[in-house]
Each structure stands twice: as C-alpha cells, then as structure tokens.
Design a protein around this ligand. Structure first.
Ligand SMILES: Nc1ncnc2c1ncn2[C@@H]1O[C@H](COP(=O)(O)OP(=O)(O)OP(=O)(O)O)[C@@H](O)[C@H]1O
Ligand SMILES: [Mg+2]
Length: 167
C-alpha cells in the first residue's frame, strides 16, 4: 500500500502482518538483513518488551552468527564489525537532551555502515528521510502486530521483501 507520496515528497510504502512468535520476529530480522547496505537506517518503535531488541539481534546474527548481542539499554550504542559494514545498534530510551544525542556520533556511525535505532522518537526530525521504520504492537502472548514503512529507497526494497503471511 502506497502512503502519502505527495505530502511527504518522498515515496513510502506500508506493509503490516502478524508475528506469531519470537521466531517469527527473528525471521523478519533475517529478511531485513538480506536487504541492508552501508548507509541504511532501520528504526524500531513499540512499547517496552515488544520485540525491538529481538529483531536487532537477529539482524546482527545474520552476519555474525555466534555474536553476543546485548540490549544497548545502558551503553546506548553497541557496534558490530561485519565483513560488509559496521552495524550500530542504538537504544535512545534514556536520551533526554539533544546534546546527549550529539555525543553518540550517529552521523559518523551512519557513514561507516548501518544504524538500527530503538526509540527513534527521541531523534525528532533528525532521522534520515530514507529509512525503514518498524512499529511493533504487542497482542496476546507471543503475538505481535508489526507495521513496516519503507521510505525513499526502502519503499522498493520493502515491496520485494518476503514476509510471512504479509499483506
Ligand atoms: N513475537 C515476539 N517477538 C519478539 N519478542 C517476543 C515475541 N513474543 C514474546 N517475545 C518476548 O518479548 C520480549 C521482547 O524483548 P525485547 O528486549 O526484544 O523488547 P524491546 O522492544 O527491545 O524492549 P525495550 O524497549 O525495553 O528495549 C522477549 O523477552 C521475548 O522473548
Ligand atoms: Mg530493546
């Protein structure tokens, strides 16, 4: 489904589907990983415990199978050097001020590779316009509803993604 191409000035594309288990979320992470290139931004939104870190972990492990992938809740940024690019996994939940954001050096991180950002709302308008946004909603038990919005170059990539039971 095409969303608001005129008002935003940049093409965007929406898909949504249900994740039935944690394994489904991990599979989505693997599929996203197949489409990643240096300079990409992926944002992960949704309430505490909705599966953002589970998805980011699956992305990292697609490149580095045995890597420990802790939540960046306290470190704010965890980086992973893969053969292709650096992955910076960021959790902005605790960021309160713009000065704290600047100290994280996310621009340089993006120059060196891929950004995966939990709690991207903390960045306000500073997010790159070309990006993949994921929004998780917890349903019953392990069920999650996930919405994906591909913006700019991600609109086309999202169209070609293989998503389980997707609309
Ligand atoms: N379908 C699912 N997808 C992902 N995680 C699931 C799913 N069902 C259950 N879970 C469980 O929910 C929890 C998700 O935790 P996770 O750390 O990924 O959340 P989060 O969104 O990163 O939270 P936070 O905002 O605190 O960082 C895990 O304990 C995981 O086992
Ligand atoms: Mg998390």
């Amino acid at each position: 489904m095409r969303v608001n191409p005129a008002s935003s000035g940049i093409e965007s594309f929406l898909r949504q589907f249900e994740l039935e288990s944690e394994a489904g979320t991990a599979a989505l992470g693997c599929e996203i990983a197949r489409h990643l290139a240096a300079g990409d931004t992926v944002t992960l939104s949704g309430p505490l415990g909705s599966g953002k870190t589970v998805l980011a972990r699956a992305v990292v492990r697609t490149f580095l199978a045995r890597e420990e992938v802790p939540s960046p809740t306290f470190t704010l940024v965890q980086t992973y050097e893969t053969q292709n690019f650096l992955i910076s996994h960021v959790d902005l939940y605790r960021v309160k001020a713009e000065s704290e954001l600047r100290e994280l050096g996310l621009d340089e991180a993006l120059d060196r590779g891929v950004l995966i950002i939990e709690w991207p709302d903390r960045m306000g308008t500073q997010l790159p316009p070309d990006r993949l946004d994921l929004m998780f909603e917890a349903a019953d038990g392990e069920h999650r509803l996930v919405k994906l919005v591909g913006r700019g170059s991600w609109a086309q990539r999202l169209k070609t993604m293989r998503l389980g039971g997707a609309s």
